[in-house]
Design a protein around this ligand. Structure first.
Ligand code: THU
Length: 135
């Protein structure tokens, strides 16, 4: 069943709120993400960088891991917010992690300008994915 726009608005709001907690002193690129579980819960997070650059974590993976660590196993939607002109696409690593828990998830990439919002099915962004069924 389609997710209501009211719920998706709240998901986007939570992603935007989370971006306020980004720790991004090296890139200066703040990202917020929020995921919707099949139980209707929302978990949000931001990107967290490190002086050892390669240890930085994306907002999307932080939000997904947080949801899973709280017991979720199925994700219905992921919102990604950046305060940029164009919507930000999730990186390849985050697409793969989402495939583990949200193969059918909708991904909403949003900014402060609703007309710039972009929506995708994960299958569009990660076709022919390697996943749990591959093993
Ligand atoms: N980043 C995310 O958190 N999500 C994305 O979708 C793209 C990139 C973060 C990683 C790093 O902290 C900063 O943005 C610049 O790449």
């Amino acid at each position: 069943m389609a997710i209501s726009e009211v719920v998706l608005d709240e998901l986007k709001r939570r992603a935007r709120e989370a971006a306020g907690h980004a720790y991004a002193p090296y890139s200066g690129f703040a990202v917020g993400a929020a995921v919707l579980t099949d139980g209707g819960e929302i978990h949000s997070s931001a990107n967290v960088e490190n002086a050892s650059f390669g240890l930085s974590n994306c907002a999307e993976r932080n939000a997904i891991f947080q949801a899973v660590a709280h017991g979720a196993r199925k994700l219905e939607a992921l919102a990604i917010y950046t305060p940029t002109a164009a919507a930000t696409m999730p990186c390849g690593a985050c697409r793969q992690v989402l495939a583990e828990f949200g193969a059918d998830a909708v991904i909403i990439c949003c900014t402060n300008d609703d007309s710039r919002e972009r929506r995708f099915a994960l299958a569009e962004l990660l076709p022919a994915a390697f996943g749990p069924a591959s093993l």
